[in-house]
Design a protein around this ligand. Structure first.
Ligand SMILES: [Fe+2]
Ligand SMILES: [Fe+2]
Length: 252
């Protein structure tokens, strides 16, 4: 049987992507490979690729879903973030508990760095990422939730999460800088915003509910200043971080 036009188009697309990968190398930053390889080794993927006669990738990675020219927060949820159900369900819980839009928005974004950028110190990375686009209190809460979640607050019924015993072990004690940051946050005027994120930060997902980021379009519209030029291209203080998520394997 003759291949159809669409079969031929698929095959061509495949071939082009493979060719691109052979000739134009996507580059993983040293951070991506540290541990798998000794970061002190005088090697770099870019140098390896040059030695192999390849060009270095300086644009979008053809293996990833393409991003629109003017990317919105929702485009990042759809094209770059995998495990967003946790944040969506946390935001929904905050709304159901009547905590208001600032807390719900903070819940919706609280682990954005875990699912899109960098895991360690995710509260700080996440807060910096969204700071130019949200209320200062929302960004502050996102940063603070990271350290607050390790410490109970009986006044709101927050206990040390049992899940953490499973994740980190019985003997885990947060580092001194975490405790210091917690003590500072405790004194802050927005303490409760950060605390409410931890309170609505759900570990047990409701499998009967499957939320979509589109369910939060109105909340986002009112609480996230989407830049006209697109995230990453608006010259904000965190634009480079959005570009890194858009084009994570660009050589430079
Ligand atoms: Fe978190
Ligand atoms: Fe979380």
């Amino acid at each position: 049987m003759q291949p159809t036009l669409s079969d031929r188009a698929d095959a061509l697309e495949h071939e082009m992507a493979a060719k691109l990968e052979r000739e134009v190398a996507p580059i993983r930053s040293p951070l991506f490979t540290a541990g798998e390889r000794d970061p002190r080794e005088p090697r770099h993927e870019a140098m390896d690729a040059v030695m192999a006669g390849k060009k270095l990738l300086m644009g979008p990675d053809p293996r990833l879903p393409p991003m629109p020219a003017k990317a919105t927060l929702i485009d990042f949820f759809n094209n770059r973030f995998g495990f967003s159900q946790h944040m969506l369900q946390s935001a929904r819980l905050a709304l159901n508990n009547g905590h208001g839009e600032k807390v719900a928005m903070a819940c919706l974004l609280h682990d954005i760095s875990v699912i899109g950028l960098i895991c360690g110190d995710h509260g700080y990375w996440g807060a910096q990422l969204v700071a130019p686009y949200v209320d200062e209190e929302v960004a502050w809460g996102i940063q603070a939730h990271q350290v607050l979640r390790f410490y109970p607050d009986e006044s709101v019924g927050y206990a040390y999460p049992e899940a953490y015993v499973q994740y980190f072990g019985e003997d885990f004690v947060p580092e001194p800088y975490v405790r210091e940051a917690y003590e500072q946050a405790r004194q802050h005027k927005w303490y409760m915003t950060g605390r409410l994120i931890t309170l609505n930060d759900i570990y047990a997902f409701d499998p009967s509910v499957k939320l979509h980021i589109d369910d939060f379009t109105d909340l986002i519209g009112r609480n996230f200043r989407q830049p006209e030029e697109g995230l990453g291209l608006d010259h904000s203080s965190s634009a480079h971080m959005w570009r890194t998520m858009m084009w994570p394997t660009r050589a430079l």
